[in-house]
Design a protein around this ligand. Structure first.
Ligand SMILES: [Mn+2]
Length: 359
């Protein structure tokens, strides 16, 4: 497994690349051009500059998260072909700077959803949390305002202003898209881009819906074993694969993570892993935690062991961390707790490897 770390780019992230480089075992940066409006081609000159910058710190730039999908593609509008072409052009430019994996998602309008960005935990750290009843009560517009208020002045990935401008109108438009139609729209996108993913040798890795159930009546389909297999079968190229995010899929207690990892990993369809823990509360409620098994509800040893056993050699990153030691930053994306997560994952791996192969 190649360890990686999400970084939001120059002027967007308050964590210096120098600090990321100092996390033991760090191999690649996971980043994006967060300011490019969805649907536009990412300029090659900016990508080259970005790559040089990252390489100057001894780090690779192998994974992009995310190249967002234009809403017209998700809605299946006539204008989608233009945006699919832009996606392909962006892939070509990413190929030129040597990118190996693109993580993206197909969640309508909203990206990941939490109802609290800074819940204070018992030890005085802060973590993101989700309370089902709050999503039922709140108007989507207000959720956006609430997210913004709690984000400490940082833009939130997946909550970029350009995709949220017309949130209510957008949600309205999905009333006319059935779930079957939505699946058709995903397939149309895949069949358009996957031949180019093969040509440019870039693995596409869809991120599961987070949390993995419908919110505000919007279709959310990348949620469980059955739907993931359905997704993979839409286009059987090995370039059509997954970001296996343990925290997202794990929010549904029925998702048996080690078994999902074994199943899709042995098919060679997992290209990127997000490893983090969450703590279950009542019903569907949960809050995020430190990465360690003892801090949450997921068994991180079994998760890492499953990746190890299927010979997963792709990219992995610690996912959302808590805010600890007084750090101020983008919710979920502070330096300290994610660095602890990165080292913990590598500790598990070393132990599993040595116990398997002898010392
Ligand atoms: Mn994730």
């Amino acid at each position: 497994m190649k360890m990686s770390f999400r970084w939001f780019g120059e002027g967007q992230d308050n964590i210096p690349l120098q600090y990321i480089r100092q996390i033991p075992g760090m191999y690649s940066i996971v980043t994006s051009l967060i300011d490019i409006p969805v649907g536009e081609v990412w300029p090659i000159d900016r990508l080259k500059t970005l790559k040089e910058k990252v390489n100057a710190y001894g780090l690779h730039l192998d994974v992009i998260e995310s190249v967002n999908i234009h809403e017209d593609i998700k809605l299946g509008l006539k204008t989608r072909d233009r945006y699919i072409q832009a996606y392909i052009d962006t892939m070509k430019n990413l190929h030129e700077i040597g990118v190996k994996v693109i993580c993206y998602n197909f969640m309508p309008v909203l990206d990941w959803v939490r109802t609290e960005l800074e819940r204070k935990l018992e030890d005085g750290s802060y973590a993101m949390a989700y309370k089902e009843e709050d999503t039922v009560k709140i108007d989507p517009k207000d959720l956006n305002a609430q997210m913004e208020k709690q984000s400490g002045g940082f833009s939130l990935p997946g909550w970029e202003p350009d995709r949220l401008k017309e949130m209510s109108t957008m949600i309205e438009k999905y009333k006319y898209v059935s779930e079957q139609q939505y699946w058709n729209n995903i397939k149309y996108f895949l069949d358009g881009v996957i031949p180019y993913a093969e040509k440019y040798d870039i693995k596409l890795a869809i991120h599961p819906d987070d949390p993995p159930w419908p919110i505000f009546g919007l279709p959310r389909v990348i949620t469980n074993r059955q739907n993931i297999q359905r997704f993979l079968d839409l286009n059987k190229s090995p370039y059509n694969g997954l970001t296996l995010c343990t925290g997202s899929l794990g929010a549904n207690r029925e998702n048996d993570l080690p078994s999902l990892i074994r199943e899709f990993g042995s098919q060679g369809r997992i290209h990127f892993a997000h490893i983090r823990n969450i703590k279950y509360q009542d019903g569907r409620d949960f809050h995020e935690t430190a990465h360690l098994s003892q801090c949450g509800s997921l068994d991180m040893f079994e998760i890492v062991k499953a990746f190890y056993d299927v010979g997963f050699d792709g990219y992995v990153r610690p996912d959302h961390g808590r805010m600890i030691w007084g750090e101020k930053g983008r919710p979920g994306y502070g330096l300290y707790d994610r660095a602890l997560g990165a080292v913990y994952i590598q500790g598990l791996l070393e132990a599993i490897d040595k116990m398997t192969n002898g010392r």
